[in-house]
Design a protein around this ligand. Structure first.
Ligand SMILES: Cc1cc2nc3c(=O)[nH]c(=O)nc-3n(C[C@H](O)[C@H](O)[C@H](O)COP(=O)(O)O)c2cc1C
Ligand code: SF4
Ligand code: SF4
Length: 247
């Protein structure tokens, strides 16, 4: 069984690719309410994006509830560049036999602009190739640690990640422009269930993973986080796929 968390679809796609290459199934951790029984599973995998050189809260919380078995365990994080010590921190909660980081398009529109189509396509093409090797190594039960930790990983996964979780995941900077068509997609799709439509417009509660799904997936680009996101692009794996298919 391969468990995943994904804000904008990269990690969901990666989990699906590995599952089809090794003949397994995927499950979204945000849709699991009671810890699943993994007894009898041949392998247990975790796939998720890197948030501020760390593991996103929903994945970390899920992993902590999961019973440890003798199954081959592996984790794959998708990231724009580097993962810090995220995998080592995850490994302290659930023993991991194999760890990988995989560069995928950057979705952190709050911090900087997203990748353009050409850059995103280049990254996904490389990731596709890397996944074939990864799946073979998983099938062969090879213990691998192929993680780009980057510079100063202790500092970034320590104090910077703490600061992100403690102070940066605020919702008061969200606002919606008049381009909103009240379609309700943001409310339906928020994995933290923090958005409600009030008089046809999204209103944010306090909880937020900062997964950027609401901002990146709004069909009208109506959701902003401070002024900077007005002038930035948007990225979801699904939109990239559509553009790629349309040439
Ligand atoms: C809140 C947040 C923080 C991020 N921090 C990092 C980071 O520390 N290092 C990095 O390489 N990418 C970082 N990224 C980029 C994502 O990890 C990357 O785009 C990932 O593939 C998104 O996966 P998803 O589509 O499954 O959500 C961050 C993205 C978000 C939304
Ligand atoms: S997804 Fe965008 S257009 Fe749809 S309700 Fe939310 S803000 Fe409005
Ligand atoms: S409010 Fe937006 S960024 Fe925060 S968890 Fe929900 S979809 Fe993700």
């Amino acid at each position: 069984m391969i468990f995943y968390f994904s804000g904008t679809g990269n990690s969901q796609w990666v989990a699906g690719q590995i599952a089809s290459l090794i003949g397994d199934e995927t499950r979204d951790v945000t849709k699991i309410s009671t810890p699943p029984d993994v007894t009898g599973e041949k392998q247990v995998g975790f796939v998720f994006p890197i948030y501020a050189w760390g593991v996103p809260e929903p994945m970390m919380n899920f992993v902590k509830t999961l019973k440890q078995t003798d199954a081959f365990s592996f984790a794959v994080c998708t990231c724009g560049e580097e993962a810090g010590l995220a995998m080592k921190k995850l490994g302290k909660c659930y023993p991991l036999r194999s760890c990988y980081s995989l560069v995928m398009p950057n979705n952190y529109v709050i911090g900087s602009d997203v990748d353009d189509l050409a850059a995103a396509s280049q990254k996904i093409k490389k990731a596709k190739q890397a996944l074939v090797t990864m799946a073979r190594q998983i099938r062969e039960r090879q213990p691998v640690y192929e993680v780009t930790e980057g510079s100063l990983p202790g500092l970034k996964s320590g104090v910077v990640n703490y600061g992100f979780n403690r102070f940066a995941r605020r919702t008061d900077s969200f606002f919606v422009t008049d381009d909103c068509i009240s379609c309700g997609l943001c409310e339906q799709n928020c994995p933290a269930h923090t958005i409600t439509l009030q008089s046809g417009r999204p209103v944010w509660g306090k909880a937020c993973y900062q997964c950027t799904r609401c901002i990146n997936a709004c069909p009208q680009k109506a959701i902003q986080y401070g002024e900077k996101t007005r002038h930035r692009g948007r990225y979801t794996f699904r939109e990239w796929e559509k553009k790629e298919m349309n040439g």
